[in-house]
Design a protein around this ligand. Sequence first.
Ligand SMILES: [Zn+2]
Length: 449
Amino acid sequence: MSVKVRIAPSPTGFLHVGTGQSALYNWLFARKNGGTFQLRIEDTDRERSTKEYEQSIFDALAWLGLTPDGEISRQSEHAGQYRSALEELLAEGKAFYCRHTQEELEAERKNQESKKEPPRHLCDHKNSREEESGIIRLAVKEDDRIIKFDDIIRGPIEFQASLLGDFSIAKSLDEALYNFAVVMDDADMRITHVIRGEDHISNTPKQILIYEALGLPIPHFAHLPLILASDRSKLSKRHGAVAVVDYKKDYLPEALSNFLGSIGYTFSKEILTKEEMISEFDLSKVHKSGAVFDVKKLNWINAQYIRRLSASEFKGLTGLKVSDEAVLLITERLEKLSDASEFSYLWSEPEYPKELLLWKTSSSEEVKQSLEKSLKFLEPLEWGREAMVAGLGHLSNEAGGKGPVFWPLRVALSGKDKSPDPIDIALAIGKEETIKRVQKAVNQLDEQD
Ligand SMILES: [Zn+2]
């Protein structure tokens, strides 16, 4: 039987990075085993589900390079199947209508609490078949049964069936509840391995009982660790960006998937392609405990990927019109794509207060003279690194240090007190622009306040 896995996000929001990670592990497992990776849209919440969110989920997966195989399944299209399966369970007495009121259920819960029993509904309508309204519950035997499953990541997990009570599976024939719909869909899609977040562990025994009641084969289960915020709570909106789409402006998709992959798994190296991840991936080796979403680590990984971009790739991504030398200056220093704007002096003339040109205790006149000397040297120069290093080195010796020459030159070219070496900037922006900027600095110092 060939491997078939799925992710099942709800189109009630953007794709969460945790779902992105889950998609990646599902995809890696499918690719590793020559199986298929499918997408199911869980759109039964009609009020909150939108087509826009659905589209954004497709886009986010495509951006991460995790395009699903085959057709997309939508839960809203399966209502007919749910209904007939519910009717069958009711006819067989495996499910029943519960007529208890909210107040009665509440009283039962309070009574159980006072006796320190787990909250659950033990329904005495189980054997009555007359009623045809109310919530539909699965008839769970009140015996000592232990429901066991072998989680591929966590090993054997056991639940006492009697703690579940007669849990609800549908609000009515046309309103299947979560666990019932998931089981029906996974069976319908012939999913062989359900790989999902650990927050679903407690749903698993209920789902197993539903599979059994329906007489359907039970898939393998693997529960992935949660992604945690730096305070070790579950990563959520209050910690900042959690939607995959939020990462698009700053991160390369290869970097984000590399990062998401390595949060819950120890690969042989820190930077690796998806193909390398596939060849190393072993689902049983996914970590059992949650790991922190460390933005510093993500930035570091992103920087490694940015460095590997060719000049034309970088220009294509950012839309910047700069020389290839300038691209190199940027990509060697960049962690996040949107920070490229900090290097705007490489494509547009910088503005700065003229006081910034002054090196330490130098007077305005001294700085002006230094810049004029540099200008005199640069104007006839055949543009090149070696000649520039030699010439500016010579001027520095004359001035008694590098500072008096390089500082004003740096400010003239970048408008900043921290920047790459002014020689690198001069080579990146070219001779004409360099001369123009140094001249402008001299003129600024000439101006009377
Ligand atoms: Zn009841």
